[in-house]
Every structure is written in structure tokens, then in C-alpha cells.
Design a protein around this ligand. Structure first.
Ligand SMILES: [Zn+2]
Length: 85
């Protein structure tokens, strides 16, 4: 994940922690306020996570469901794009 303004790399972890507390992430280098772009990849991630929850209700082990959702979140965190607000 990179800042679209200065190409400073931003940890995907910050996306998941910060977005909950604030509506945007602040770039630590240039101070640009960034939000994530809604794109097809995000919709696919949400669809996959929803699929895991459906499987969970049909008897998938909760541990496996947790692992699958963690993997989806990590892949999404690395592949998502940011834009400046
Ligand atoms: Zn920046």
C-alpha cells in the first residue's frame, strides 16, 4: 500500500486499525489524508468474507473461518489502493 502523493509505503495494518477510529488515514511522511478506494477487489473481499460466514453457519469450524477471514483481510490490505481526500 502506497501513498498516492509521495509513494511512502503505509502498513496494511494501519488501514484496518485506523479506518475504524478515523474516516481517513494520515500519511506519516507528507501528511496527506487518505481514504481507501472502493473498487472491485474490495467488493470481492467482502463477498469472500460473507461466503466464509455462510460456511460458518453451515458447520465450518470457527477456527478455520477466522483463519480464512484473516487471510482475506491481509491480502486486501496489501492490494487495496488509496486516494487523497
Ligand atoms: Zn504521503
Amino acid at each position: 500500500m502506497k501513498c498516492p502523493k509521495c509513494s511512502n509505503s503505509i502498513s496494511p495494518l494501519r488501514l484496518w486499525i485506523k479506518v475504524r477510529a478515523y474516516p481517513f488515514i494520515k500519511c506519516s511522511k507528507c501528511g496527506a489524508r487518505l481514504v481507501r478506494k472502493w473498487d472491485l477487489k474490495l467488493l470481492i473481499s467482502i463477498a469472500l468474507a460473507a461466503g466464509v460466514l455462510v460456511l460458518l453457519s453451515k458447520g465450518l469450524s470457527p477456527f478455520l473461518a477466522f483463519v480464512l477471514i484473516a487471510v482475506i483481510m491481509i491480502i486486501d490490505g496489501f492490494s487495496c489502493k488509496l486516494k487523497e481526500v
